[in-house]
Design a protein around this ligand. Structure first.
Ligand code: ADP
Ligand code: GLC
Length: 481
């Protein structure tokens, strides 16, 4: 079985969020199942610099609508073979994958990801210049959404799976780009790539894909509703028979408290002592009072309304009055970043904040915090609550999407059953979040129960094993004549 995995980010080369983690871990898990997975990625400077053995594999001097490009081949540090699209005019610049250094979307994103989609399609049909052709092409999010559309109109096309990691981001561009990027005129209609008069990459992917997956069973249901479908719920209801929710797993080697180089002391389920050394280190590094009596809340997140950052900033002063400490790591909305830094300034020693992206600090927070905060308004899957459970840091989560599929609320029944693993609040408001935080602090004060809760968290299996098998079954189904 040969699969082309098309993605716009992969850890550790280029990462803005969970998609990069999934793109690193899922192909590895699939390769462990003897699936020949290969990756296709845009040649951002971060990628070209990190790979040292790049060789030319093909030339695309004149794709209609796109600047000249070349396909380079190499292998990722994790052993997954990959092709990188070299196209200096579209990718060779400072800033990030989707935005410039000030957080503004690149004005040519349609072409940046149109080219990614186009080359993925070429490699997956009879036209391919390579001697390797996938049985299935696996697309991820809007950046790859035109691939199924291109493939619909060519000969010898591989079937496609489209995975939705977040339907709130859709890649919407002016209608004239449809034919400009080489899609037939007839694709621009409601039964096609058209979305309220514009070209939608996400809609294109969903409409033309042979199978749609998303990253949790609950989110698969939620995107079929007006509340969380962001205008695409009708199409998703229509395609519900080929829509599957498959929970993300995690890379259990990368995120392992017993062998994490970012921690000052390793620990595991049998010996949680080391966790307190990491708390002290975190307090020290972030300028918090060294205090092992009160709980430390931690958060690692993109700063957006999706993640409930607005709500968290609103209740921060009440959280530390429980009493507790709070550490925040994240970047995104500049106003939210400013508000977080302001809180740290206002409550020195009690609240600490770092505005930026810091992988190592993220690991230390998962380990050094006592309680993890994830008050997302909506959450397709979420990885941080999985990491936190693996690190014995029970999360407080809003009842939505992947969060309800991966966290079991702590109460008398779940404690007795032995699967309690965190605290869930139902209503997206301050009283509901604070009530969950109060329950968490009360449980933290009961050392024996807290230890049980931590052990439940740490004994859960969040590996990719089961979910990779679910993807395998979908590929196999699509390959059947
Ligand atoms: P999303 O993809 O919606 O941002 P996920 O929970 O799926 O949410 O994944 C987020 C990933 O990005 C995690 O690996 C998390 O640790 C990481 N992350 C987010 N913000 C930061 C940050 N400021 N510094 C370091 N890592 C971060
Ligand atoms: C998206 C979602 C997040 C999910 C990640 C990986 O960024 O917001 O919930 O975990 O993709 O699938």
């Amino acid at each position: 079985m040969q699969v082309l995995f098309v993605t716009s980010e992969v850890a550790p080369l280029i990462k803005t969020g969970g998609l990069a983690d999934v793109s690193a871990a899922l192909p590895t898990a699939l390769r462990d199942m003897n699936i020949d997975v290969r990756m296709l990625l845009p040649g951002y400077p971060q990628v070209l610099q990190a790979l040292v053995n790049l060789q030319v594999a093909a030339d695309f001097p004149a794709l209609p609508g796109f600047p000249p490009a070349r396909l380079l081949v190499d292998v990722l540090p994790n052993g997954v073979p990959l092709w990188v699209i070299e196209c200096p005019q579209l990718y060779q610049r400072g800033g990030g994958a989707y935005q410039d250094a000030t957080g503004i979307d690149w004005p040519d994103n349609a072409h940046r990801f149109g080219l990614l989609s186009k080359i993925a399609a070429i490699l997956s049909c009879a036209e391919t210049p390579l001697d390797w052709k996938p049985d299935v092409v696996h697309c991820n999010d809007w950046q790859t959404g035109l691939t199924p559309a291109y493939l619909h109109f060519v000969a010898g096309a591989a079937p496609c799976v489209m995975t939705v990691h977040n339907i709130a981001f859709q890649g919407i561009f002016p209608s004239q780009l449809t034919t400009n990027m080489g899609l037939p005129e007839e694709s621009f209609q409601p039964d096609g790539v058209e979305f309220f008069g514009d070209l939608s990459f996400m809609k294109a992917g969903l409409y033309y894909a042979d199978h749609i997956t998303t990253v949790s069973p609950s989110y698969a249901r939620e995107i079929q509703t007006a509340e969380l479908g962001f205008g695409l719920q009708g199409l998703l209801v229509h395609k519900r028979k080929v829509l599957t929710g498959i929970l993300n797993g995690i890379d259990t080697k990368e995120w392992d408290p017993a062998a994490d180089p970012n921690l000052v002391q390793p620990y595991d389920i049998k010996n949680l002592q080391g966790k307190s050394a990491n708390k002290r280190e975190l307090q020290n590094r972030m300028g918090l009072h060294i205090n092992d009596k009160i709980p430390l809340f931690g958060l690692v997140s993109r700063f957006t309304r999706q993640k409930g950052l607005d709500l968290l900033l609103e209740v921060a002063s009440q959280l530390i009055a429980l009493p507790a400490q709070l550490v925040l790591l994240g970047s995104g909305d500049k106003e939210m970043e400013r508000a977080a830094l302001e809180l740290a300034h206002q409550y020195p020693g009690q609240i600490a904040a770092f505005a930026g992206f810091d992988e190592s600090l993220a690991h230390l927070i998962e380990a050094g915090a006592d309680i993890f905060l994830m008050p997302s308004r909506f959450e397709p899957c979420g990885l941080n609550q999985l990491y936190s459970q693996r690190y014995g840091t029970p999360p407080i989560v809003h009842a939505t999407g992947g969060l309800i599929d991966t966290v079991v609320d702590c109460n008398a029944v779940s404690l007795l059953r032995g699967d309690a693993s965190g605290f869930i609040f139902n209503s997206m408001d301050a009283p509901s979040l604070l009530a969950a935080a109060r329950r968490a602090v009360a449980t933290y004060d009961d050392k024996k129960t807290w230890r049980l809760l931590q052990q439940n968290c740490m004994s859960k299996d969040f590996s990719w094993r089961q979910s990779a098998a679910a993807y395998h079954d979908i590929y196999a189904q699509l390959m059947r004549p």
